[in-house]
Design a protein around this ligand. Structure first.
Ligand SMILES: [Zn+2]
Length: 80
């Protein structure tokens, strides 16, 4: 069994306005490239996967930020 560190949940947000490719991006609030735009709070999660799922309920086209949410990118592609 691998020990799982007790990670504190991080707060995630999704961009309210889509980018040029009609994509809404999921970031956590500590992301270094957090855009200076309106952000919709998604809640606090221990990983980006559930955050992307919540974002998908609001927007059809959702992409996880490559920098702060690398583990959320696969699921976003799958649900597209
Ligand atoms: Zn990010």
């Amino acid at each position: 069994m691998t020990q799982t560190p007790d990670l504190p949940p991080k707060s995630y947000v999704v961009t309210a306005k889509p980018d040029l490719a009609d994509m809404h991006f999921v970031h956590h609030t500590g992301c270094p490239v957090l855009p200076d735009t309106t952000l919709v709070p998604l809640g606090a999660f221990c990983g980006s996967v559930p955050a992307v799922e919540v974002a998908h309920r609001r927007f059809e086209a959702v992409q996880a930020c490559a920098l702060c949410c690398p583990d959320g990118r696969e699921i976003a592609d799958e649900a597209a």
